[in-house]
Design a protein around this ligand. Structure first.
Ligand code: DP6
Length: 346
């Protein structure tokens, strides 16, 4: 392994070693067999959320979570090795300065895989329209590990790639898959049993609506936000248990295509997570007045008999869940909405 790993901990290095080393009998993982590597991954929306880490260095979650990936929205990354002094990172065709927070985080992650005396050139493009408010570290780290796997020809299983993506950003573990995915909390301290897997079921009528409230940089990152919540929020004690329970209900709802059960649990789960954020000190409130207005519209629509529910992550934007039959009503209520059918590309 490289000596450049100044910002990584021994625990992280041991973890990476375990994930990659077993795959390669001749210990030749740093030999590049490709000129460059390419990776592409979708964004995912958590239906049952990850909020809080039991181990912050390895991104081990307090609870398991379930997500749905959005096809066509995500990240595409190309990577190659150069003999230059420093990494060069392009985001959406713009070369970033090395002290840009995005570069600092990415370079620290790349240090795990860096051959001696070398730097990486990375071109990463979000296929999410910037205005969608979905630009996400999840698709970013998933695409990056796929690109590294291609570059170094590791031929790792998707499960192992999920482990590596998790080290970059927890939610990235779920972005290796299309459709529904479950990220297992895991029990082990070494982090080797905390990976995501696909859930082998489809739901062609399921629609996801993206409501853009504000697409500016969020006031506090998920990483810091969840750490503060774990450290200062008394309500948080109840979260891991509720999250596991919600996840089981969501899994059942997915298997039997029970939309009401799914929607109710997803919305309850999201609002419970936001309640722990608000009860953190200093408080974390990602909502904007327009977020609440959109929630009220959803509740009003439900009173009128329309099946629609929402979820929200660490930002002010809402993601709606509804069956295809409700599409006309939703389009009428929310003019500016992008609708995605995860299992039906038309
Ligand atoms: C609210 O995966 O971005 O979107 O592991 O620190 O990178 P780090 O956090 P991140 O957190 C996502 C939080 C969430 C819920 C979810 O996606 O499950």
């Amino acid at each position: 392994m490289s000596l450049i790993m100044t910002t990584t901990t021994l625990k992280q290095q041991v973890f990476v070693h375990h994930v990659i080393e077993h795959q390669l009998p001749h210990n030749n993982r740093l030999i590049t067999t490709q000129e460059y590597g390419i990776g592409q991954a979708p964004v995912n929306i958590a239906l049952s959320k990850y909020w809080g880490k039991r181990d912050a260095t390895l991104n081990l979650p307090m609870n398991s979570s379930v997500s749905i990936s959005l096809p066509d929205l995500g990240t595409k990354t190309t990577i190659c090795i150069t003999s230059t002094q420093q990494d060069a990172i392009w985001l959406n065709n713009e070369l970033l300065s090395n002290n840009h927070p995005f570069c600092i985080r990415l370079t620290a992650f790349l240090n795990f895989f860096r051959p001696p005396n070398s730097a990486f050139q990375v071109h990463t493009t979000n296929t999410v329209p910037t205005a969608a408010g979905l630009a996400s570290s999840a698709s970013g780290y998933a695409a990056l590990v796929l690109a590294l796997n291609d570059l170094f020809q590791w031929q790792l299983s998707t499960q192992k790639l999920s482990l590596l993506a998790r080290l970059g950003s927890g939610s990235a573990s779920r972005s290796l898959y299309s459709g529904f995915a479950i990220w297992h909390r895991g029990q082990q301290d070494n982090g080797l049993d905390s990976y995501a897997e696909p859930i082998d079921t489809q739901w062609p009528e399921l629609c996801i609506g993206l409501i853009k409230i504000n697409v500016q940089q969020k006031p506090i990152s998920s990483t810091t936000g969840m750490q503060n919540t774990v450290n200062t929020c008394d309500l948080y004690q109840a979260w891991p248990q509720q999250a596991e329970k919600n996840m089981q209900t969501i899994l059942e709802a997915i298997y039997i295509n029970d939309f009401e059960k799914l929607g109710e649990t997803v919305e309850h789960n999201a609002l419970s997570m936001h309640a722990t954020m608000m009860a953190t000190w200093p408080p974390i409130v990602y909502w904007q007045p327009e977020s609440l207005a959109a929630m009220q519209t959803v509740w009003l629509l439900r009173q009128q008999g329309i099946l629609v529910y929402f979820t929200m992550d660490a930002g002010p934007n809402l993601k709606l869940l509804f069956p295809e039959t409700e599409k006309p009503a939703i389009m009428q209520a929310f003019g500016d909405i992008q609708i995605i059918m995860p299992f039906n590309k038309n």
